[in-house]
Design a protein around this ligand. Structure first.
Ligand SMILES: NC(=O)C1=CN([C@@H]2O[C@H](COP(=O)(O)OP(=O)(O)OC[C@H]3O[C@@H](n4cnc5c(N)ncnc54)[C@H](OP(=O)(O)O)[C@@H]3O)[C@@H](O)[C@H]2O)C=CC1
Ligand SMILES: O=C([O-])CC(=O)C(=O)O
Length: 447
């Protein structure tokens, strides 16, 4: 099936491309597969020290053959009927957190942080709903781990004895996995392979996010917060929100927190301070090599960066490029893209929304531009400075400085995102895609 006709522009850097999505349709059409639910009721009680007469014998509900009847396995199959509720009675109501790309590298770090309580707090029980594919479901369940290069995520979650992890469910149908999701962490995406055009990546991954947007719209909580990690994350987030018209566009984020963290690290290194002394760090724009790490507004020990680091040439050239291309350097070292630091930055991104922003500071996240006070084009997802009261919502920061350098850099990233948007018009319901991407459009991990 031809899904988009990319019309050549006058630029010699663009190519006429017609994309086919049969492989992807196969991946996405595998819907309505059974959802495996791993549930442990009151498991926290078992982990905590309660007196033995409060704990009744576990009522085992294990299936005889967990491979043929994969409703549950291992410790998640046991239902404990505990009378004593002191430990859990102070807990908040359980929240549903859906994670796509759950068998991938980033999720492998992130899931354990989510389950440990370090993200949502020590009194916040969670249900993890993992979205995999036909291919990865075995890795997620851990049933065929001997043949698989993935770890068995569910088995490792089980072995971690996390008291706050109340349910684990696994599925390959976003309409089931996103049911009542209060947080959707969308990590799964195809990485760009050798010889693949960026336009091709935008289309293939864009279709994943169009489908997932529709699923969120149909079944997720009306106030779900969505964090898109899978690249190209800004445009994927735009596609997702356009396909979820019943969910506020404001609730969709593209992850640029890793870029913020990378920028803070480089400034700290140059200034010879610990990185917790760097604040007010904005990443403007796309999670790509056009992103703008803003050294005009950032502070070190409460002073403007330019008062501390007087080498403007270093800031404009070396620092900026280092942050923009940090992902690529990491790929050269590792042979794969950043996973642990990305997971940490997802944690930071969520925590910035669920805890009040420290007075005077802000954080960066890629959000919908409608109504922004900076003159950035509307109707794209752009990284900007935000503050939160800790209620999951945020406000854009109004009191920021602008100069010609910053404005011109922001414009370049804006142009890139507008071009990406034209390239996925067939996925946002805005007509025929015209793909005239600037020649230097690259992900941070591309060199
Ligand atoms: N925004 C940011 O700051 C960053 C973003 N990223 C991006 O995050 C994404 C995930 O990275 P990472 O976890 O390391 O990647 P992995 O390759 O380890 O995992 C990717 C997961 O995506 C899933 N997937 C969904 N659809 C496809 C498809 N069509 N083709 C291939 N895989 C698919 C796979 O799921 P399954 O196994 O179920 O088939 C796989 O588990 C990438 O897009 C990467 O570029 C990475 C670093 C930073
Ligand atoms: O470019 C990539 O695929 C990885 C990435 O986003 C990053 O490291 O920032």
């Amino acid at each position: 099936m031809a899904v988009a006709q990319f019309i050549p522009s006058s630029s010699s850097l663009t190519k006429r491309t017609t994309l086919y999505s049969s492989q992807l349709s196969q991946y996405l059409s595998s819907t309505h597969k059974p959802l495996l639910t791993l549930r442990r009721t009151n498991y926290a009680k078992i982990c905590c020290s309660v007196t033995s007469n409060e704990v009744q014998a576990p009522v085992a509900k294990q299936s005889n053959d967990p491979i043929k009847k994969p409703e549950c396995f291992g410790v998640f199959c046991l239902t404990y009927d505990l009378k004593a509720e002191e430990e859990t009675s102070s807990w908040k109501k359980m929240i549903n957190v859906s994670v796509s790309g759950a068998a991938g590298m980033i999720a492998n770090h992130l899931l354990f942080k989510l389950a440990s309580g370090e993200v949502f707090g020590p009194d916040q029980p969670i249900a993890l709903k993992l979205l995999g594919s036909e291919r990865s479901i075995q890795a997620l369940e851990g049933r065929a781990w001997e043949q698989c290069d993935h770890a068995g995520v569910a088995m490792e979650l089980e072995d971690s004895l996390f008291p706050l992890l109340r349910e684990v469910s696994i599925g390959i149908d976003p309409y089931e996995v996103f049911q009542d999701a209060e947080w959707a962490l969308l990590i799964g995406a195809k990485p760009r392979g050798p010889g693949m055009e960026r336009a091709g990546l935008l289309d293939i991954n864009g279709q994943i996010f169009a489908e997932q947007g529709k699923a969120l719209n149909a079944v997720a909580s009306r106030n779900v917060k969505v964090i898109v990690v899978g690249n190209p994350c800004n445009t994927n987030a735009l596609i997702c929100l356009k396909n979820a018209p019943d969910i506020p566009s404001k609730n969709f984020h593209a992850l640029t927190r890793l870029d913020e963290n990378r920028a803070k690290c480089q400034l700290a290194l140059k200034a010879g301070v610990f990185y917790d002394k760097v604040s007010n760090m904005t990443i403007w724009g796309n999670h790509s090599t056009t992103q703008v790490p803003d050294f005009l507004n950032a502070k070190i020990n409460g002073f403007q960066v330019k008062e501390v680091i007087r080498d403007t040439k270093w800031l404009e050239e070396e620092f900026t490029e280092k942050v923009q291309k940090r992902g690529g350097v990491l790929i050269q070292k590792w042979g794969r893209s950043s996973a642990a630091s990305t997971a940490v930055s997802v944690v930071d991104a969520i925590r910035s929304l669920v805890t009040p922003t420290p007075e005077g500071d802000w954080f960066s996240t890629g959000v919908y531009t409608n109504g922004n006070p900076y003159g950035i084009a509307e109707d794209i997802v752009f990284s900007m400075p935000c503050r939160s009261k800790g209620d999951g919502d945020y406000e854009l920061v109004k009191d920021v400085l602008m100069d010609d350098y910053l404005r011109s850099r922001i414009k370049k990233s804006e142009d890139e995102l507008l071009a990406e948007k034209r390239c996925v018009a067939h996925l946002t319901g805005e007509g025929i895609a015209v793909c005239d991407l600037p020649g230097d459009t690259m992900l941070p991990g591309e060199m």
